[in-house]
Design a protein around this ligand. Structure first.
Ligand code: TXA
Ligand code: MG
Length: 352
C-alpha cells in the first residue's frame, strides 16, 4: 500500500487543508486508515463502527486484539448512540474537560462492534481538542477508533515522522500536523464502577477529576510496579512505551543521582555500550555520555511530558543500548510522566 502524507497547520485550516481533510474522511468512511495528530499523541484512525476497520488497525499496529480501542467523537451528543445510557458524571466531565485529553469508559451499545472494544461490553470514548482531529472525525463519519499511531510496544508518536517510521506502507494516509502539545496519552477514567477510577494517568489529573466528581480512585497497578494485580485497562499490562535499550531510573538527591549516573555511564561505555541520559535543563551540562538529552524544566513538568517519548525515540534512532533517567515528582502530571517512565524502564529504579 502506498501511504500518502499530507501537511496541515492546525492554526490555518485553509481550503487546501479542508480538501485534504475531506479526502481523509472519505478514506475512513470507506474502511481505510488515516494517522492524524491529536493534542496528546498521534492516533491511528479507522471507522469505529466498522469491524473490518478495527481489524485493520490491529493488523497495522501489530497489536493484540484483546486490547480495546478508544472511540473518538467530535460532539458530546454523540455519546448517546454508542452507550447504554450516559451517566451524569460523563456530562459533568465533558463540560469541564472536553474537548480535551480525557477518555471515559461507559457501557457500550450494540452499535459499537466487539472488534473495536476488544470483546468488552464497555467502550472508551474521547473528544480531542486538536482541530485537525475534530475536523477529521466529522468528515470521517463521527466515530473514529484511534489507538496511538505507533507499532505496538514502541513509544507513542509525538511527531508525524514517527508515524511514518512505524506505519509507512500500512495505512492509506498520514496527516502531518507538527509536534503534539501534550506528548502523553489521555487520562482514562472508568465510569462504569461505583466510584470512578483512573485507569491511566494523564494531563487531566486526579485532583482535577476530584474537583468535578468528588470521590475518585486510582487503579493500584498504576502506582505499584510489583503488584500482581491485573490492570483494568488491558493495554496497561503490556510493556508499552518501550525503547529498544535498557532504561534505569535513578532516584535520590541530585548530587548523588548525577554522580551515580556518570559513574555507571563511564563503566558501561568502557564495556562498549552506547549510553543515553535523560537530564533536565538544570543538570544537562553535568553529564558525560554518548547522548545526553534534556527533557525540559523540572519546575515545569509539562515540558517534560512533551519531550519524553520524543527522547526515547531519539535514543532508538541513535541505537543507544543503555539509558539512565533522573526521576520526577509524582504529583499532578508528574504521575503520568512517572507511570510512562516506569513502564519504559520495566520498573527498574535505583535508589542512591
Ligand atoms: O491520548 C490518547 O488516548 C491517544 C490518542 C490517539 O487519542 N490514544 C491512545 O489509545 O492512547 P491507545 O489505544 O494507545 O490506548 C488506549 C488504552 C489502552 O490501554 C486500552 O487498554 C484502554 O485504553 N481501553 C480502551 N478501551 C477500554 C475499556 N473499554 N476498558 C478499559 N480500558 C480500555
Ligand atoms: Mg498506545
Amino acid at each position: 500500500m502506498k501511504t500518502q502524507v499530507i501537511e496541515i497547520n492546525e492554526n490555518n485550516i485553509d481550503a487546501q487543508a479542508q480538501a485534504g481533510l475531506q479526502k481523509a474522511g472519505d478514506i475512513l468512511k470507506n474502511g481505510g486508515l488515516v494517522a492524524f495528530p491529536t493534542e496528546t499523541v498521534y492516533g491511528l484512525g479507522g471507522d469505529a463502527l466498522n469491524p473490518e476497520s478495527s481489524k485493520k488497525i490491529y493488523a497495522a499496529k501489530g497489536r493484540p486484539s484483546d486490547n480495546p480501542l478508544i472511540v473518538h467523537i467530535y460532539r458530546t451528543e454523540d455519546l448517546v448512540p454508542i452507550t447504554r445510557g450516559v451517566p451524569q458524571a460523563a456530562y459533568d466531565l465533558a463540560e469541564a474537560f472536553w474537548p480535551g485529553p480525557l477518555t471515559m469508559i461507559m457501557n457500550k451499545s450494540d452499535l459499537v462492534p466487539y472488534e473495536t472494544t476488544g470483546g468488552m461490553d464497555t467502550v472508551a470514548i474521547r473528544m480531542p481538542s486538536n482541530r485537525i482531529a475534530a475536523a477529521l472525525i466529522r468528515t470521517g463519519g463521527g466515530f473514529i477508533a484511534a489507538p496511538s499511531a505507533n507499532t505496538s510496544g514502541r513509544p507513542s508518536p509525538t511527531l508525524a515522522q514517527y508515524c511514518i517510521e512505524d506505519l509507512d506502507g500500512k495505512v492509506d494516509m498520514i496527516i502531518d500536523g507538527g509536534q503534539v502539545g501534550i506528548g502523553l496519552e489521555s487520562t482514562i477514567v472508568d465510569l462504569t464502577v461505583d466510584v470512578p477510577m483512573i485507569l491511566r494517568p494523564g494531563y487531566i489529573t486526579l485532583e482535577m477529576l476530584q474537583k468535578v466528581l468528588g470521590n475518585v480512585e486510582v487503579d493500584r497497578t498504576i502506582i505499584d510496579g510489583n503488584s500482581k494485580l491485573k490492570p483494568k485497562a488491558p493495554g496497561m499490562k503490556y510493556r508499552h512505551y518501550a525503547p529498544k535499550g535498557d532504561l534505569t531510573i535513578v532516584e535520590g538527591t541530585q548530587e548523588h543521582v548525577t554522580q551515580y549516573i556518570n559513574r555507571m555511564a563511564a563503566e558501561k561505555m568502557a564495556e562498549g555500550e552506547k549510553v543515553g541520559i535523560i537530564s533536565t535543563d538544570a543538570t544537562y551540562g553535568d553529564y558525560k555520555a554518548d547522548v545526553v538529552r534534556s527533557a525540559g524544566k523540572r519546575e515545569d513538568e509539562e515540558t517534560i511530558a512533551r519531550e519524553l517519548f520524543h527522547i526515547l525515540r531519539e535514543f532508538d534512532d541513535e541505537q543507544v543500548t543503555v539509558m539512565y533517567s533522573e526521576s520526577f515528582d509524582d504529583k499532578g502530571i508528574g504521575q503520568a510522566i512517572m507511570n510512562r517512565l516506569l513502564k519504559a524502564a520495566g520498573h527498574h529504579v535505583e535508589h542512591v
